[in-house]
Write a protein that binds this ligand. Structure first.
Ligand code: ACO
Length: 375
Protein backbone atom coordinates (compact mmCIF):
# COMPACT_ATOMS: atom_id res chain seq x y z
CA UNK A 1 0.00 0.00 0.00
CA UNK A 2 1.21 3.52 -0.82
CA UNK A 3 2.34 5.91 1.90
CA UNK A 4 -0.09 8.53 3.12
CA UNK A 5 0.03 11.35 0.53
CA UNK A 6 1.32 14.84 1.25
CA UNK A 7 -1.83 16.96 1.18
CA UNK A 8 -1.84 18.90 -2.09
CA UNK A 9 1.41 17.08 -3.01
CA UNK A 10 3.32 19.59 -0.86
CA UNK A 11 7.09 18.98 -0.99
CA UNK A 12 6.66 16.12 -3.47
CA UNK A 13 9.20 16.23 -6.30
CA UNK A 14 6.98 15.62 -9.33
CA UNK A 15 9.45 16.18 -12.18
CA UNK A 16 13.06 16.94 -12.97
CA UNK A 17 13.61 20.21 -14.78
CA UNK A 18 16.50 22.35 -15.94
CA UNK A 19 14.20 25.32 -16.55
CA UNK A 20 13.71 27.02 -13.21
CA UNK A 21 14.58 26.55 -9.59
CA UNK A 22 13.18 28.09 -6.41
CA UNK A 23 14.86 28.35 -3.02
CA UNK A 24 11.82 29.00 -0.89
CA UNK A 25 13.78 29.60 2.31
CA UNK A 26 16.22 32.12 0.86
CA UNK A 27 13.57 33.60 -1.47
CA UNK A 28 15.51 33.04 -4.68
CA UNK A 29 14.31 32.18 -8.18
CA UNK A 30 16.51 31.09 -11.07
CA UNK A 31 15.77 30.54 -14.77
CA UNK A 32 18.27 28.00 -16.11
CA UNK A 33 20.68 29.03 -13.36
CA UNK A 34 20.31 32.80 -13.82
CA UNK A 35 19.10 34.69 -10.76
CA UNK A 36 15.80 36.51 -11.40
CA UNK A 37 17.38 39.56 -9.75
CA UNK A 38 19.96 39.62 -12.57
CA UNK A 39 17.40 39.03 -15.31
CA UNK A 40 14.62 41.41 -14.21
CA UNK A 41 14.93 44.83 -15.82
CA UNK A 42 18.06 43.81 -17.77
CA UNK A 43 16.86 41.00 -20.01
CA UNK A 44 14.02 41.45 -22.47
CA UNK A 45 11.10 39.03 -22.50
CA UNK A 46 12.23 37.84 -25.94
CA UNK A 47 15.67 36.99 -24.50
CA UNK A 48 13.91 35.18 -21.69
CA UNK A 49 11.85 33.19 -24.20
CA UNK A 50 15.09 32.19 -25.91
CA UNK A 51 16.57 31.18 -22.57
CA UNK A 52 13.61 29.02 -21.60
CA UNK A 53 12.56 27.55 -24.94
CA UNK A 54 15.96 27.35 -26.72
CA UNK A 55 18.14 26.83 -23.67
CA UNK A 56 20.54 29.79 -23.67
CA UNK A 57 20.59 33.55 -23.35
CA UNK A 58 20.79 34.58 -27.01
CA UNK A 59 23.54 36.31 -28.89
CA UNK A 60 22.40 39.38 -30.83
CA UNK A 61 22.11 37.28 -33.99
CA UNK A 62 20.10 34.57 -32.21
CA UNK A 63 17.81 37.18 -30.71
CA UNK A 64 17.25 38.81 -34.10
CA UNK A 65 16.30 35.41 -35.52
CA UNK A 66 13.84 34.71 -32.73
CA UNK A 67 12.30 38.20 -32.93
CA UNK A 68 11.77 37.72 -36.67
CA UNK A 69 10.16 34.32 -36.07
CA UNK A 70 7.90 35.79 -33.39
CA UNK A 71 6.84 38.63 -35.68
CA UNK A 72 6.08 36.17 -38.46
CA UNK A 73 4.01 34.00 -36.11
CA UNK A 74 1.88 36.89 -34.81
CA UNK A 75 -1.28 35.79 -36.58
CA UNK A 76 -4.40 34.10 -35.39
CA UNK A 77 -5.74 31.30 -37.55
CA UNK A 78 -9.16 31.20 -39.17
CA UNK A 79 -10.53 28.72 -36.63
CA UNK A 80 -9.79 30.90 -33.60
CA UNK A 81 -11.16 33.90 -35.52
CA UNK A 82 -14.33 31.96 -36.25
CA UNK A 83 -14.78 31.00 -32.59
CA UNK A 84 -14.21 34.56 -31.37
CA UNK A 85 -17.74 35.95 -31.82
CA UNK A 86 -19.11 33.04 -29.82
CA UNK A 87 -16.70 33.16 -26.90
CA UNK A 88 -16.87 36.91 -26.33
CA UNK A 89 -20.37 36.29 -25.03
CA UNK A 90 -19.00 34.45 -21.98
CA UNK A 91 -17.83 37.69 -20.36
CA UNK A 92 -14.99 35.81 -18.66
CA UNK A 93 -11.72 36.36 -20.51
CA UNK A 94 -9.92 33.26 -19.22
CA UNK A 95 -12.84 31.07 -20.26
CA UNK A 96 -12.83 32.60 -23.73
CA UNK A 97 -9.05 32.45 -24.06
CA UNK A 98 -8.87 28.82 -22.95
CA UNK A 99 -11.18 28.00 -25.86
CA UNK A 100 -9.32 30.26 -28.29
CA UNK A 101 -5.95 28.72 -27.42
CA UNK A 102 -7.44 25.29 -28.04
CA UNK A 103 -8.75 26.45 -31.44
CA UNK A 104 -5.26 27.56 -32.49
CA UNK A 105 -4.24 23.93 -33.02
CA UNK A 106 -6.68 23.53 -35.91
CA UNK A 107 -4.63 25.91 -38.04
CA UNK A 108 -1.20 24.96 -36.73
CA UNK A 109 0.72 23.04 -39.40
CA UNK A 110 2.56 21.07 -36.69
CA UNK A 111 -0.49 20.42 -34.52
CA UNK A 112 -0.14 16.67 -34.12
CA UNK A 113 3.65 16.48 -34.46
CA UNK A 114 5.30 16.38 -31.03
CA UNK A 115 8.82 15.94 -32.37
CA UNK A 116 11.53 18.25 -31.04
CA UNK A 117 11.60 20.57 -34.05
CA UNK A 118 7.82 20.81 -34.35
CA UNK A 119 7.57 21.55 -30.63
CA UNK A 120 10.09 24.38 -31.00
CA UNK A 121 8.06 25.88 -33.84
CA UNK A 122 4.80 25.55 -31.91
CA UNK A 123 6.33 27.15 -28.81
CA UNK A 124 7.34 30.23 -30.80
CA UNK A 125 3.92 30.42 -32.42
CA UNK A 126 2.08 30.13 -29.12
CA UNK A 127 4.26 32.75 -27.43
CA UNK A 128 3.61 35.11 -30.36
CA UNK A 129 -0.09 34.31 -30.61
CA UNK A 130 -1.05 34.63 -26.94
CA UNK A 131 -0.78 38.45 -26.70
CA UNK A 132 -2.52 38.72 -30.08
CA UNK A 133 -5.35 36.53 -28.81
CA UNK A 134 -5.83 38.63 -25.69
CA UNK A 135 -5.77 41.87 -27.68
CA UNK A 136 -8.07 40.51 -30.39
CA UNK A 137 -10.49 39.20 -27.78
CA UNK A 138 -10.48 42.52 -25.91
CA UNK A 139 -11.05 44.53 -29.08
CA UNK A 140 -13.82 42.22 -30.27
CA UNK A 141 -15.75 42.44 -27.00
CA UNK A 142 -15.61 46.21 -27.15
CA UNK A 143 -16.80 46.18 -30.75
CA UNK A 144 -13.58 47.15 -32.50
CA UNK A 145 -10.32 45.84 -33.86
CA UNK A 146 -6.98 45.92 -32.09
CA UNK A 147 -4.31 48.16 -33.63
CA UNK A 148 -1.75 46.25 -35.68
CA UNK A 149 1.51 45.51 -33.89
CA UNK A 150 4.43 47.68 -34.96
CA UNK A 151 7.93 46.52 -35.81
CA UNK A 152 9.82 48.79 -33.45
CA UNK A 153 8.08 47.48 -30.32
CA UNK A 154 8.61 44.10 -28.70
CA UNK A 155 5.97 41.77 -27.28
CA UNK A 156 5.50 43.96 -24.20
CA UNK A 157 5.20 47.30 -26.02
CA UNK A 158 2.92 45.88 -28.68
CA UNK A 159 0.65 44.34 -26.08
CA UNK A 160 0.21 47.69 -24.31
CA UNK A 161 -0.35 49.37 -27.67
CA UNK A 162 -3.01 46.85 -28.63
CA UNK A 163 -4.81 46.85 -25.28
CA UNK A 164 -4.79 50.56 -24.50
CA UNK A 165 -5.01 51.78 -28.11
CA UNK A 166 -2.06 54.13 -27.79
CA UNK A 167 1.67 53.71 -28.08
CA UNK A 168 3.16 53.20 -24.60
CA UNK A 169 5.93 55.43 -23.32
CA UNK A 170 9.33 53.74 -23.57
CA UNK A 171 9.39 53.37 -19.78
CA UNK A 172 5.92 51.78 -19.67
CA UNK A 173 7.01 49.26 -22.29
CA UNK A 174 10.19 48.51 -20.32
CA UNK A 175 8.23 48.05 -17.12
CA UNK A 176 5.72 45.69 -18.71
CA UNK A 177 8.57 43.78 -20.33
CA UNK A 178 10.05 43.29 -16.86
CA UNK A 179 6.66 42.03 -15.62
CA UNK A 180 6.62 39.44 -18.40
CA UNK A 181 10.12 38.28 -17.45
CA UNK A 182 9.11 37.98 -13.79
CA UNK A 183 6.15 35.73 -14.63
CA UNK A 184 7.78 33.51 -17.26
CA UNK A 185 8.40 30.32 -15.30
CA UNK A 186 8.11 29.00 -11.77
CA UNK A 187 8.93 25.30 -11.31
CA UNK A 188 6.00 22.94 -10.59
CA UNK A 189 3.25 25.51 -10.09
CA UNK A 190 -0.25 24.15 -10.69
CA UNK A 191 -0.59 25.17 -14.35
CA UNK A 192 2.88 23.97 -15.35
CA UNK A 193 2.33 20.67 -13.57
CA UNK A 194 -0.96 20.36 -15.42
CA UNK A 195 0.77 20.98 -18.74
CA UNK A 196 3.40 18.36 -17.96
CA UNK A 197 0.82 15.75 -16.93
CA UNK A 198 -0.97 16.21 -20.25
CA UNK A 199 2.28 16.23 -22.24
CA UNK A 200 3.42 13.07 -20.46
CA UNK A 201 0.58 11.08 -22.01
CA UNK A 202 2.30 12.03 -25.30
CA UNK A 203 -0.57 14.34 -26.02
CA UNK A 204 0.20 17.46 -28.06
CA UNK A 205 1.39 20.91 -26.98
CA UNK A 206 -1.93 22.69 -27.59
CA UNK A 207 -3.76 20.18 -25.39
CA UNK A 208 -1.21 20.68 -22.61
CA UNK A 209 -1.45 24.48 -22.87
CA UNK A 210 -5.25 24.46 -22.95
CA UNK A 211 -5.28 22.44 -19.74
CA UNK A 212 -2.70 24.80 -18.21
CA UNK A 213 -4.96 27.76 -19.02
CA UNK A 214 -7.72 26.09 -17.04
CA UNK A 215 -5.43 25.63 -14.04
CA UNK A 216 -4.09 29.19 -14.21
CA UNK A 217 -7.58 30.63 -14.12
CA UNK A 218 -8.30 29.61 -10.51
CA UNK A 219 -8.05 32.27 -7.78
CA UNK A 220 -5.56 30.21 -5.79
CA UNK A 221 -3.17 30.45 -8.76
CA UNK A 222 -3.07 33.04 -11.58
CA UNK A 223 -6.58 34.28 -10.90
CA UNK A 224 -5.29 35.91 -7.72
CA UNK A 225 -3.98 39.05 -9.46
CA UNK A 226 -7.48 40.00 -10.59
CA UNK A 227 -8.86 39.12 -7.16
CA UNK A 228 -6.29 41.44 -5.52
CA UNK A 229 -7.46 44.39 -7.61
CA UNK A 230 -11.11 43.65 -6.89
CA UNK A 231 -10.27 43.48 -3.18
CA UNK A 232 -8.60 46.88 -3.29
CA UNK A 233 -11.53 48.36 -5.17
CA UNK A 234 -14.00 46.92 -2.64
CA UNK A 235 -12.35 48.33 0.49
CA UNK A 236 -14.21 51.28 1.95
CA UNK A 237 -12.08 54.16 3.14
CA UNK A 238 -8.94 53.50 1.08
CA UNK A 239 -5.78 53.09 3.18
CA UNK A 240 -7.75 53.66 6.38
CA UNK A 241 -10.06 50.76 5.56
CA UNK A 242 -7.33 48.21 4.94
CA UNK A 243 -6.75 47.00 8.49
CA UNK A 244 -10.45 46.38 9.15
CA UNK A 245 -10.72 44.46 5.88
CA UNK A 246 -7.77 42.23 6.73
CA UNK A 247 -9.00 41.49 10.23
CA UNK A 248 -12.56 40.80 9.10
CA UNK A 249 -11.36 38.48 6.34
CA UNK A 250 -9.14 36.51 8.69
CA UNK A 251 -11.79 36.40 11.42
CA UNK A 252 -14.13 34.85 8.85
CA UNK A 253 -11.36 32.33 7.91
CA UNK A 254 -11.19 33.89 4.44
CA UNK A 255 -8.18 34.02 2.16
CA UNK A 256 -6.30 37.24 1.51
CA UNK A 257 -5.61 37.25 -2.19
CA UNK A 258 -2.02 37.83 -3.22
CA UNK A 259 -0.58 36.54 0.06
CA UNK A 260 1.04 33.26 1.00
CA UNK A 261 2.86 30.75 -1.13
CA UNK A 262 3.35 27.01 -1.13
CA UNK A 263 7.12 27.28 -1.61
CA UNK A 264 8.32 30.69 -0.39
CA UNK A 265 8.76 30.97 3.36
CA UNK A 266 10.06 34.50 2.95
CA UNK A 267 9.50 37.28 0.44
CA UNK A 268 8.79 36.13 -3.10
CA UNK A 269 11.68 37.69 -5.07
CA UNK A 270 9.27 38.66 -7.84
CA UNK A 271 7.22 40.70 -5.36
CA UNK A 272 10.36 42.72 -4.51
CA UNK A 273 10.57 43.94 -8.11
CA UNK A 274 6.85 44.44 -8.53
CA UNK A 275 6.65 46.53 -5.34
CA UNK A 276 9.40 48.83 -6.69
CA UNK A 277 7.66 49.08 -10.07
CA UNK A 278 4.31 49.81 -8.43
CA UNK A 279 5.87 52.65 -6.45
CA UNK A 280 7.51 54.08 -9.58
CA UNK A 281 4.21 54.01 -11.47
CA UNK A 282 2.31 55.46 -8.52
CA UNK A 283 4.74 58.39 -8.52
CA UNK A 284 4.81 58.88 -12.27
CA UNK A 285 1.03 58.68 -12.66
CA UNK A 286 0.42 60.77 -9.53
CA UNK A 287 -2.12 58.14 -8.49
CA UNK A 288 -0.66 56.74 -5.27
CA UNK A 289 -3.91 55.33 -3.87
CA UNK A 290 -3.60 51.63 -4.74
CA UNK A 291 0.14 51.60 -4.03
CA UNK A 292 -0.43 53.04 -0.57
CA UNK A 293 -3.25 50.60 0.09
CA UNK A 294 -1.01 47.74 -1.02
CA UNK A 295 1.82 48.82 1.28
CA UNK A 296 -0.60 49.14 4.19
CA UNK A 297 -2.07 45.73 3.46
CA UNK A 298 1.28 43.95 3.37
CA UNK A 299 2.19 45.61 6.67
CA UNK A 300 -1.05 44.53 8.38
CA UNK A 301 -1.08 41.01 6.91
CA UNK A 302 2.47 40.43 8.08
CA UNK A 303 1.73 41.74 11.58
CA UNK A 304 -1.48 39.78 11.96
CA UNK A 305 -0.77 36.56 10.06
CA UNK A 306 2.95 36.54 9.20
CA UNK A 307 2.27 36.11 5.47
CA UNK A 308 4.30 37.70 2.67
CA UNK A 309 2.89 39.03 -0.62
CA UNK A 310 3.33 36.74 -3.61
CA UNK A 311 3.85 37.63 -7.29
CA UNK A 312 0.18 38.45 -7.80
CA UNK A 313 -0.07 41.11 -5.11
CA UNK A 314 1.87 44.05 -6.53
CA UNK A 315 1.26 42.87 -10.10
CA UNK A 316 -2.33 44.04 -9.60
CA UNK A 317 -1.52 47.71 -8.97
CA UNK A 318 1.21 47.63 -11.63
CA UNK A 319 -1.18 46.41 -14.33
CA UNK A 320 -3.79 48.91 -13.16
CA UNK A 321 -1.30 51.77 -13.49
CA UNK A 322 -0.36 50.53 -16.96
CA UNK A 323 -3.99 50.87 -18.04
CA UNK A 324 -4.76 47.17 -18.38
CA UNK A 325 -8.40 46.28 -17.61
CA UNK A 326 -8.72 44.29 -14.39
CA UNK A 327 -10.29 41.23 -16.00
CA UNK A 328 -7.27 40.91 -18.32
CA UNK A 329 -4.77 40.57 -15.46
CA UNK A 330 -4.85 36.76 -15.51
CA UNK A 331 -4.63 36.62 -19.31
CA UNK A 332 -1.52 38.83 -18.97
CA UNK A 333 -0.07 36.13 -16.72
CA UNK A 334 -0.75 33.62 -19.50
CA UNK A 335 0.97 35.88 -22.07
CA UNK A 336 4.16 35.53 -20.06
CA UNK A 337 3.79 31.99 -18.71
CA UNK A 338 3.26 30.64 -22.22
CA UNK A 339 7.06 30.72 -22.50
CA UNK A 340 7.49 28.52 -19.42
CA UNK A 341 4.62 26.18 -20.25
CA UNK A 342 5.84 25.49 -23.78
CA UNK A 343 9.41 25.01 -22.55
CA UNK A 344 8.14 22.47 -20.00
CA UNK A 345 6.20 20.57 -22.67
CA UNK A 346 9.35 20.44 -24.81
CA UNK A 347 11.36 19.22 -21.82
CA UNK A 348 8.74 16.61 -20.93
CA UNK A 349 8.59 15.23 -24.47
CA UNK A 350 12.38 15.03 -24.69
CA UNK A 351 12.60 12.66 -21.73
CA UNK A 352 9.13 11.33 -21.16
CA UNK A 353 7.58 8.99 -18.68
CA UNK A 354 3.85 8.89 -17.99
CA UNK A 355 2.99 10.90 -14.85
CA UNK A 356 0.65 8.69 -12.94
CA UNK A 357 0.82 8.98 -9.15
CA UNK A 358 -0.94 6.71 -6.72
CA UNK A 359 -3.85 7.59 -4.44
CA UNK A 360 -4.77 6.78 -0.88
CA UNK A 361 -8.09 4.94 -0.76
CA UNK A 362 -10.32 6.33 2.02
CA UNK A 363 -13.68 4.80 1.06
CA UNK A 364 -15.60 1.80 2.37
CA UNK A 365 -14.20 -1.72 2.03
CA UNK A 366 -15.74 -5.19 1.88
CA UNK A 367 -19.16 -3.95 0.86
CA UNK A 368 -21.76 -6.67 0.27
CA UNK A 369 -23.44 -6.40 -3.12
CA UNK A 370 -27.25 -6.82 -3.14
CA UNK A 371 -29.66 -6.78 -6.10
CA UNK A 372 -31.28 -3.40 -6.87
CA UNK A 373 -34.74 -4.45 -5.67
CA UNK A 374 -33.34 -5.29 -2.22
CA UNK A 375 -31.51 -1.98 -1.62
N1 ACO B 1 -4.91 34.33 3.42
C1 ACO B 1 -5.22 33.84 4.62
N2 ACO B 1 -4.66 32.76 5.15
C2 ACO B 1 -3.72 32.16 4.42
C3 ACO B 1 -3.34 32.61 3.17
C4 ACO B 1 -3.97 33.74 2.68
N3 ACO B 1 -3.66 34.23 1.48
N4 ACO B 1 -2.38 31.81 2.67
C5 ACO B 1 -2.16 30.87 3.58
N5 ACO B 1 -2.96 31.10 4.65
C6 ACO B 1 -3.04 30.30 5.86
C7 ACO B 1 -4.05 29.18 5.72
O1 ACO B 1 -5.34 29.57 6.08
C8 ACO B 1 -3.46 28.16 6.63
O2 ACO B 1 -3.68 28.57 7.95
P1 ACO B 1 -4.05 27.52 9.09
O3 ACO B 1 -2.84 26.63 9.16
O4 ACO B 1 -4.26 28.38 10.28
O5 ACO B 1 -5.26 26.81 8.59
C9 ACO B 1 -1.97 28.31 6.40
O6 ACO B 1 -1.79 29.67 6.04
C10 ACO B 1 -1.45 27.42 5.29
O7 ACO B 1 -2.18 27.73 4.09
P2 ACO B 1 -2.53 26.74 2.95
O8 ACO B 1 -3.69 27.25 2.18
O9 ACO B 1 -2.59 25.34 3.47
O10 ACO B 1 -1.20 26.85 2.10
P3 ACO B 1 -1.01 26.27 0.67
O11 ACO B 1 0.43 26.07 0.51
O12 ACO B 1 -1.91 25.13 0.44
O13 ACO B 1 -1.57 27.45 -0.25
C11 ACO B 1 -1.74 29.37 -1.50
C12 ACO B 1 -0.77 28.35 -0.92
C13 ACO B 1 -2.83 28.67 -2.31
C14 ACO B 1 -0.97 30.31 -2.44
C15 ACO B 1 -2.37 30.19 -0.35
O14 ACO B 1 -1.37 30.90 0.31
C16 ACO B 1 -3.49 31.09 -0.84
O15 ACO B 1 -4.63 30.65 -0.94
N6 ACO B 1 -3.16 32.39 -1.12
C17 ACO B 1 -4.16 33.29 -1.65
C18 ACO B 1 -4.34 33.08 -3.16
C19 ACO B 1 -3.15 33.57 -3.93
O16 ACO B 1 -2.62 34.64 -3.72
N7 ACO B 1 -2.72 32.74 -4.90
C20 ACO B 1 -1.60 33.07 -5.78
C21 ACO B 1 -0.39 32.26 -5.42
S1 ACO B 1 0.99 32.66 -6.42
C22 ACO B 1 0.63 31.98 -7.91
O17 ACO B 1 0.00 30.96 -8.00
C23 ACO B 1 1.02 32.64 -9.11
Amino acid sequence: MADKPARGLADVVAASTALSDVDGVAGRLYYRGYDIHDLAGRTSFEECVHLLVRGTLPTTAELDTLVAELAEARTIGASAQAVLPHVIRSGTPMEALRTLVSALSVDDPDASDSGAEANQRKAVRLVAQMPMLVATYHAARTGGAAPDPVVDLGIAGNFLLQITGSRPSPRAAEIFDECLVLHADHTMNASTFTARVVAATLSDMHSAITAAMGALRGPLHGGANEAVMKTMQSIDGGVDGVEAYVRQTLDAHGKLMGFGHRVYKTEDPRATHLRRISEELADSTGDRGYYKMSRRMEEVVFDVKGLYPNVDFFAASVYHYLGIPTDLFTPVFAVSRMSGWTAHVIEQHLDNRLIRPDSEYIGERDQKWVPIEER
